[in-house]
Design a binder for this molecule. Structure first.
Ligand SMILES: *Cc1c(COP(=O)(O)O)cnc(C)c1O
Length: 451
């Protein structure tokens, strides 16, 4: 794994921090050349709490949750928003999800345990996963989770057996791969035919499996689910998926004589990683998906189901930033300029994994224009270890605090201990104060499981 060649023709964009538009968390501001988020000085925060450090703008996060909830309710009365916890989850986040009146997606026993430990109501939990283990299914069913999203026929048998053992009837969804090609990176495209996820519609397989679910004891088919991918900009894919799903609901009603009460359209709304990205707003996404479902229900003559969506990234990514300290500067003439920071692929694997792009600034020079193009490399023993490839940034010096925007999703939850790196703390900032919601890992933590 190595870095893509640096684009030497690229010119720094000359923008100051506040000119970075859509990537800035809601409360970002610059005072005396320092970046503040939630009224807290990021430079001071880095010095007191250490780096690398994840910082979440709590007001931004809560407002995104409220905007999702309110815009779906305004367009579609019988709707609910589910927070996809794999994007970001710690106990404080689970508490906020509960306070904001959202439901919660979990994709395994660990996320479920986190939610339950905070008193999150199990009935509002949806469990996903293409290979939930029998143990995880048992944990979910005995906790009383609201829905289990069936991924395969093999799993149907397992859920039935476990529910029977607990003497309950488990509400289930079937995850359908609707054959919609979302316009996004292939690693995060999930709704196309060649996918490990869900029941394929090819050769009528999903439709035939509905009969199996209906004939299986201890499960109740409550709804259908699809999730076509992540970081999607083209809303047309969501409209297409809604159409395919409602058509399937209509056919199930016609041929099996049962009504599908709930329809879950998954997550996937894209966000701005680059200042010039122009993603669809939450409100526009709500308007489009709700009208697509209503139109399809009218066309196929089925009653409106309870509508669910499961955003993760678009709720939490823009609210989060990562702070680092510059430790090494290295210029290779005609090749690249490296700025090495005290983190990297252990706290943000997305750049190494699929060349994700981010906007960086120097938090202690936040009012100055970004005049250089650099590669922000990590500290790990991999050539491909970088956080930002060919990014504009203010002139860097040793000891500067680098802030990378839009890292609230799929960074902390994908973090590792590669090279024995303790994982960073997670700090929530709000109204001029901060609180550590997950403390930094210690060497003792790293060693605590070894015998
Ligand atoms: C990842 C995932 C989501 C959330 O996707 P985002 O792109 O983060 O909004 C929702 N539902 C399922 C089933 C997922 O796997």
């Amino acid at each position: 794994m190595s870095l893509p060649a640096s684009d030497l023709s690229k010119k720094a964009d000359g923008r100051t921090t506040m000119e970075l538009g859509a990537v800035l968390p809601e409360t970002a501001e610059v005072r005396d050349d320092h970046l503040f988020i939630g009224g807290v000085d990021m430079v001071e925060l880095a010095r007191t709490e250490g780096t690398a450090l994840y910082v979440i703008d709590e007001a931004d996060l809560r407002h995104r949750m409220e905007r999702y909830r309110d815009s779906f309710r305004a367009n579609y009365e019988n709707s609910d928003v589910i927070y996809a916890s794999k994007a970001f989850l710690n106990k404080e986040c689970a508490r906020i999800v509960a306070q904001e009146g959202l439901c919660l997606d979990v994709s395994g026993g660990g996320e479920l345990a986190c939610a339950l430990s905070t008193g999150f109501p199990a009935s509002r939990v949806f469990m996903h996963g293409n290979n939930k283990t029998p143990k995880e299914l048992d944990e979910a069913i005995s906790a009383g989770v609201g829905r289990i999203v069936l991924d395969t026929r093999i799993e149907l048998g397992r859920v039935s057996e476990i529910a029977g053992r607990h003497g309950v009837v488990q509400d289930v969804f079937m995850r359908i791969t609707p054959g919609v090609e979302a316009d996004t990176h292939e690693y995060i495209r999930t709704g196309c035919e060649d996918s490990k996820f869900g029941f394929t519609m090819r050769e009528d397989f999903a439709f035939k499996c509905v009969q199996d679910v209906l004939n299986t004891p201890n499960v109740h088919l409550k709804g259908l689910h699809c999730h076509i991918g992540s970081q999607i900009f083209s809303l047309e894919s969501f409209r297409e998926a809604a159409n395919v799903m409602v058509e399937l609901m209509a056919r199930i009603e016609r041929e099996y004589g049962i009504q599908i009460e709930e329809l879950d359209l998954g997550g996937g709304l894209g966000i701005a990683y680059q200042a010039e990205d122009n993603p669809t707003s939450i409100e526009e996404f709500a308007r489009l998906t709700t009208s697509a479902v209503k139109d399809a229900c009218t066309e196929h003559n089925v009653p409106l189901p309870r509508l669910l969506v499961e955003p993760g990234r678009s709720m939490v990514a823009p609210a989060g930033v990562t702070l680092y300290t510059v430790g090494i500067l290295k210029t290779l003439p005609n090749i690249r300029k490296f700025v090495a920071v005290d983190g990297g692929m252990s706290d943000n694997i997305r750049t190494a994994l699929y060349h994700a792009s981010y906007e960086p600034v120097i938090a202690n020079k936040a009012g100055q224009p970004r005049t250089e193009i650099v590669t922000i490399a990590g500290k790990h023993c991999e050539s491909g270890d970088a956080v930002v490839l060919d990014g504009s940034i203010q002139h860097p010096d040793l000891g500067d605090i680098v802030c990378v925007f839009s890292t609230g999703a799929y960074c902390y939850t994908m973090a590792s201990n590669y090279n024995g790196q303790p994982r960073p703390a997670v700090v929530f900032v709000k109204d001029g104060t901060y609180r550590v919601t997950t403390r930094r890992e210690t060497y003792e933590d790293l060693l605590s499981r070894d015998v």
